[in-house]
Ligand binder design. Sequence first.
Ligand SMILES: [Zn+2]
Ligand SMILES: [Zn+2]
Length: 67
Amino acid sequence: MPEVDMMVCRSCGNPERASEGAPCDDCGTFICMICGFRGITVCKACRAKRGMPEPANLPPRVAPPPA
Ligand SMILES: [Zn+2]
Ligand SMILES: [Zn+2]
């Protein structure tokens, strides 16, 4: 099985493919494609910094696999 370029999205916290994501509008950290589709273009930290509310359409957190 080939290694995939997974990164943790700094908006929704889910691991997604880095090659399919986009940088945060503010700080350039990784935002996943799913957030991008939903019109979310800034990370959680930058939302807090700007005083923006958490988006109602933020993708749900995927449960981590059991250790
Ligand atoms: Zn995301
Ligand atoms: Zn950011």
